[in-house]
Design a protein around this ligand. Structure first.
Ligand code: DGI
Ligand code: FE
Ligand code: FE
Length: 188
């Protein structure tokens, strides 16, 4: 899909702030894709649509999770996790995106998963380090992302888990699987 058409579709779904975040993720994802050899066009489309479902009503998201047989344990964890798999579903249904790699990059952009593809890593990391993000540790990950995609990704996942723990929040198992898998594969 053309960039302008995709942006037009997604703008209607988002607040202005979230739309600006989306533009940042798009630019960052294209840069990372170029740097690490992922498909830049797929990175662009996945980035544009990654938060498509962010503002859907919770009851609508819940219905989709049940009807589509997404992992039921999602319902027991932070509702913030829901927009990723629900987004992948709605982007296919409403925007006509059928590319599985793009849809999976959207689906796993919040938790990650074991055995992430290059495109999934690019989108996860771009979401974390886009220029509009301001939180402790983000600059360190930005620097790491210039050198080593996996190391930067590990740092981002670690920071996310630590952030959740400090706030006494639960950590979704898939997020822990992501972390363990990346550590196990790390070559030093
Ligand atoms: O949608 P964004 O804000 O751009 O970023 P995101 O899709 O990475 O969502 C981040 C939110 O999801 C943040 O509020 C923390 C939450 N989150 C991420 N991983 C986990 C999580 N919440 C729980 N409970 N468990 C997780 O593993
Ligand atoms: Fe998100
Ligand atoms: Fe996002």
């Amino acid at each position: 899909m053309e960039r302008e058409k995709a942006l037009e579709l997604v703008k209607k779904q988002l607040t202005e702030h979230r739309y600006q975040h989306t533009l940042g993720v798009m630019e960052t994802a294209i840069t990372l894709a170029g740097r690490y050899g992922a498909d830049e066009k797929k990175a662009e489309v996945a980035a544009i649509f990654h938060d498509y479902a962010k503002f859907r009503p919770k009851d609508e998201m819940k219905e989709i999770i049940v009807a589509q047989r997404f992992p039921r344990d999602l319902l027991e964890f932070n509702t913030e996790l829901w927009h990723a798999p629900v987004g992948a579903y709605l982007v296919e249904k409403e925007a006509g995106i059928t590319d599985r790699e793009v849809l999976n990059a959207i689906r796993y952009h919040t938790s990650g998963r074991a055995n992430m593809t290059l495109l999934e890593k690019v989108i996860y990391l771009a979401d974390y380090i886009e220029p509009g993000r301001h939180f402790p540790g983000v600059d360190e990950v930005r620097e790491m992302a210039k050198e080593n995609l996996d190391r930067a990704l590990i740092k981002a996942v670690q920071n996310t888990i630590l952030f959740l723990m400090k706030k006494n929040q639960t950590v979704y198992p898939e997020t822990v699987f992501t972390y363990n898998d990346l550590i196990n594969k790390l070559e030093d």
